[in-house]
Every structure is written in structure tokens, then in C-alpha cells.
Design a protein around this ligand. Structure first.
Ligand code: MTE
Ligand code: MO
Length: 200
């Protein structure tokens, strides 16, 4: 029997149920960048998939924007403890991006303009879990938030969502990206509170 009735404490509101451990809700949209915001003109922008040796796929802005896109509503969780619920984006699913890519490599390293990298298992980019997003809240993605386009992987802490994405390298053996090599967790599941490399 429940000693304390549920709705009484007021702590299990629908919003709180969506909040991973150790996170708090915010309604603004903080900017977290490890360096200056790179400005890439759209006529020089490109996005490539490579295997470390060869470029397997290449899109310029026009061919990228010709890919089918979708509107998605997702919750964001930053390792600095803010979470933002119900954010609306438009982007191209990584399932679409990877459709014609044949690989045996189980890991991916996302690469950004400005040299930021972050690693994740290739499977975490598949199955409607990741997008290359170019619009936020109905507007073109602002440069400070990663415009013209950023990776969006909402089921992992937000440092995995590389801003100013320029490509993804498929790698046979996992290798740490920027924050992962500075002591952040290799995988970064907010629901398991995988913040730092020592966390389970
Ligand atoms: N290229 C690049 N991507 C990045 C970062 C960065 O410094 N450079 N910071 C990461 C971190 S730590 C977070 S929390 C989010 C922040 O995204 P926002 O600035 O849009 O809130 O971007 C991630 N992607
Ligand atoms: Mo972050």
C-alpha cells in the first residue's frame, strides 16, 4: 500500500516524469560552445560520410535540402544539468542519410566545422534516433545553436549533438571525441546519469 498518496507530494508531475535524474527544467535555450561560432557560407557548406580513407557520400547544401525532412519534437538534456522539454526541430533523419551506406564499422565520429568531434555507436544514429537538424522552432537554426545544421541525438546528453556538423566518419574501433577525451562519459545516457567517465 502507498503510505504517501501519489499526486500529493506534487513531485511526479508529468513534466518531472520526463526529467532525468539530477536535471532541472529550463525554458530558455542556453548556448554552450567550446570555441568561437564558425560561419560557413551555404555555397561552401558540405556534409560527407567517410570511412577514414574514402568519402562514401557527399551532399552540398542544395542536395542535402532536397532530402526528405521531418518535424520532430524532442526533449534536450545537457550534462550541465539543464533540460528543455518539447523542443521542435526540422531535420533529415540519419536513417535517410545512411540509407545507401554499406559499412562494417560499428562506431561513428561526428565532425564539425571548427574541429569539434563526438563519438557514438553507429546504431545510436539509426532507427529514428538522430537527425541533421537545420530548423529550430520554425526558424532557420541560429549560428550559435549550430546553424546551418547540427546533429541532433536527443536520447544522449546534448554534447553528442554536434553543432555545425560537417561530416560523420565511420570507424571500426571506438575513439573518444572532444569532451569524451576530457573526462566526460563515452556514451552519455542521461537516464543512467552517465556524466563522467567513471560513471557506470
Ligand atoms: N561543434 C560543437 N558542437 C557542440 C558543442 C561545441 O562546443 N561545439 N557543445 C556541445 C554541448 S556541451 C552542448 S550542451 C550543446 C549545446 O547546444 P546549444 O548551444 O544549442 O544549447 O552543443 C554540443 N555541441
Ligand atoms: Mo553540454
Amino acid at each position: 500500500m502507498d503510505i504517501v498518496s501519489r499526486g500529493f507530494s506534487g513531485r511526479r508531475s508529468p513534466e518531472n516524469a520526463k526529467l532525468p535524474p539530477g536535471q532541472y527544467l529550463t525554458t530558455d535555450f542556453p548556448v554552450l560552445s567550446a570555441g568561437p561560432t564558425p560561419h560557413v557560407p551555404l555555397d561552401r557548406w558540405e556534409f560527407t560520410i567517410d570511412d577514414g580513407t574514402r568519402v562514401l557520400q557527399r551532399w552540398d547544401w542544395k542536395s542535402f535540402r532536397d532530402l526528405p525532412s521531418e518535424i520532430i519534437t524532442v526533449d534536450l538534456h545537457c550534462v550541465t544539468r539543464w533540460s528543455k522539454l518539447g523542443t521542435s526541430w526540422e531535420g533529415v533523419s540519419l536513417d535517410t542519410i545512411l540509407m545507401d551506406v554499406q559499412t562494417d564499422s560499428p562506431y561513428a565520429l561526428a565532425r564539425s566545422y571548427g574541429d569539434y568531434t563526438t563519438n557514438l555507436p553507429l546504431n545510436d544514429l539509426r532507427n529514428r534516433q538522430a537527425w541533421i537538424a537545420f530548423r529550430f522552432d520554425g526558424k532557420d537554426l541560429a549560428p550559435e545553436h549550430g546553424g546551418p545544421a547540427r546533429l541532433l541525438v536527443p536520447h544522449l546528453y546534448l554534447w553528442k549533438s554536434a553543432k555545425w556538423i560537417r561530416g560523420i566518419t565511420l570507424i571500426p574501433h571506438d575513439q573518444p571525441g572532444f569532451w569524451e577525451s576530457l573526462g566526460y562519459h563515452n556514451y552519455g545516457d542521461p537516464w543512467r546519469e552517465q556524466r563522467y567517465s567513471g560513471d557506470e
